[in-house]
Design a protein around this ligand. Sequence first.
Ligand code: ATP
Length: 582
Amino acid sequence: MLYEELARCYDRLEGTSSRLEMPSILAEFYQMVPPEELRQVVYLTQGKLNPDHVTEKLGMADKLILRAIIEVSRLPEEQVTELWMKEGDLGAVAERAVAQKVQTNLFSQPLTLERVVGNLRGIESAEGRNSQSTKVKLLTSLLHDASPLEARYLCRTVTGRMRVGAASMTILDALALAFGAKEDRADIERAFNVSSDIGTVAQQLAEGGMEAVRAIEVQVGRPLRSMLAERLPSLEEVLDKLGGVCALEYKYDGVRVQAHISPSGVTLYSRRLEDLTSNFPDVVESLQRSFKGQEAILEGECVPVERESGRLLPFQEVAHRRRKFGMEEAVRDYPVRLFLFDCVKLDGEDLTLNTFPRRRELLQSCIDEGEGLQLSRMEVVESASEAEEFFNAALDAGCEGIMAKSVQDNSVYRAGSRGFLWIKYKKDYRSDLSDTFDLVVVGAFAGKGKRKGVYGALLMAVYDPEGDVYQTVCKLGSGFDDAFLAELPGMLEPHSSPSPPLSLSTRMEADHWFEPALVLEVMGAEISLSPVHTAASSSLPDGSGLALRFPRFTGRVRDDKGPEQATTANELLAMYRSQSPS
Ligand code: ATP
């Protein structure tokens, strides 16, 4: 297959102003792709070479990409740099430069997908002293044979900023359109949620149809997308929603860990599917000591504890485990304990369709609790007063609240979805302020007065998975200290975008735009209807959106969450309705 065909598809996606059209553009294209190449094409549609759980190392520094563009186009460096300043997008620079290049390459070969992927893999794996020149050489070789349009997307791919806006949900829509029927969409999504590998789903679908997709199961070594909780404002409502009886567990505040255990070792994944194994060698050891089966996928929360007393400490202490060096000291000085709360695979059996009580029973049967590892504290309750007692005990133990879990026959493990089978109830719900929100930075406003030279405020958004779109919800200007304000431009620079991201629905004009990436925890006092924000606007009358009033940054960067795991438009809407029933 020729890379030109993929580039044309990107161009159509970028050219459409309607997000509703994106799945059909992609579906039309996927149908043309040879099935054996579809897996790679799907990753590339997301600007990547690998499934989500493989850390992507494709990114090239801007100055190296510029070097390749200059080498191929033979244009003067000043001219290319000036073009870059003007366009703000290396893809556009490459496109213009290649279009103007002196036509010396009579022997140019059309780019095949195979060759592009081969060179990109070379760029991804280049390491060591000559890695920079190797990367430039591999990109130059591709640009040498590229059309202007291909050059645009090759350079965007290596910058890691595709600006095409096709995220997982849009791709799943496209796959259902291309190879299934409308009613297959839910099964296709389930296959993605249990495998976290959209390429595998695509290939199975194209080659073996829905039967092959339905056969995709959770697999040790391939993280699944985490099940998530809804929230309700009172224990009575929680109990009501769960049918009058439920399991309550402490809600520990640490890092969620998915442990994949097999005879060949233990791998730990975060809820963003990153490999955390090297950060928690002590947890790996505890699991190896305590696990009694052959292989399993277990889930739990890793919480910092005080060494002597075992008292739970604030989650921030875990951050020491994220640094790259001095892990031995970090393990010694910042001990953690893993509280296991679920078992989704055990000795060859996929347990995602088992009930929660059964999964808990199996979890209990395969673990010997020890100092570094325990099961989450759990109790089955049938009344609000029992629940209240358990909640108070959780707070006394240093937890942020409780998780209520359904014990009914339908209490399966719903990978990747937020639903009422799990409901969280936190102490924040009892204060005047409502809960915290995890919002995505999509823009920034230049600072004035005391904040001259740094950002004065950020434009924040929620995520709407149905439309696969980000919607603005507030301008965030308080809660920042000077050090964080000074750090922000550097944190956001890799995601900068010359214009509003295609995946953003906004009525506001910011001074700087960013691709959705950075998630911040924000406290809000109230949710109100707004003419300027777009959150949940498709569910509200008269084009109104929802706004978070008096937003304040809590100081917590949610680097354990990707943008698609931010607070959703629907969650915000439910909270708005619960605060002002209409
Ligand atoms: P929050 O921001 O409130 O921590 P969240 O958005 O990270 O929540 P939720 O699905 O709303 O995620 O809440 C579940 C999270 O709570 C899990 O991701 C996990 O990290 C944590 N947790 C702590 N204790 C438990 C428990 N006993 N059962 C399930 N999840 C737990």
